[in-house]
Write a protein that binds this ligand. Structure first.
Ligand SMILES: [Zn+2]
Length: 169
């Protein structure tokens, strides 16, 4: 919240109000208020039996780390629409059998931006052929219980919860 020093509506100086989770910036001049809401993202836990599909990030933040398919929601799209769009963009496959698997908070790299990852288990179509975008350098299937650590706290927590639920660990 400390970045919200000036009001984006009228340009006057804002002040911080509230405490803890309720901290927000408000503009005394025009009444504009910026709450500390997280940015919604999707976490696609693509499964094939007890294996999970992971992608290696080609860009910062967390370049070189393993990650799940997913991204930031845009405009009026739903989390399900976003995840299907991200699947088409990142691996060229239409994800199916989406099932909500919980929400997990995180911070995006060192930007300080708080996110809320909406996790779904899902599958590839039977005849799927994975085609990576330039966002990732490689992909691999890992047994859930033997996967590498993931790039962000939300996908890591979502995958860990899934592993403990399925008893694979
Ligand atoms: Zn203002």
């Amino acid at each position: 919240m400390k970045d919200w020093t000036f009001c984006p509506r009228c340009g006057d100086r804002t002040r911080l109000a509230g405490e803890g989770e309720d901290t927000h910036a408000e503009c005394p001049a025009c009444g504009f208020t910026k709450y500390d809401n997280p940015l919604p993202t999707t976490v696609g836990l693509i499964l094939d039996g007890d294996r999970i599909l992971l992608l290696r990030r080609e860009h910062e933040p967390r370049k070189g780390s393993w990650d799940t398919v997913g991204g930031f929601l845009a405009g009026a799209e739903t989390a399900e629409e976003n995840l299907v769009r991200e699947g088409l963009e990142e691996i060229g496959c239409e994800l199916r059998n989406l099932r909500f698997a919980g929400s997990y908070s995180s911070v995006y790299g060192d930007t300080g931006l708080k996110t809320i990852g909406l996790a779904f288990t899902c599958e590839l179509p039977p005849d799927a052929e994975i085609v990576l975008s330039e966002e990732n350098s490689e992909y691999a299937w890992f047994p859930l219980a033997e996967r590498p650590p993931l790039a962000f706290a939300d996908c890591e927590a979502a995958a860990a919860a899934l592993t403990s639920r399925t008893g694979s660990a």
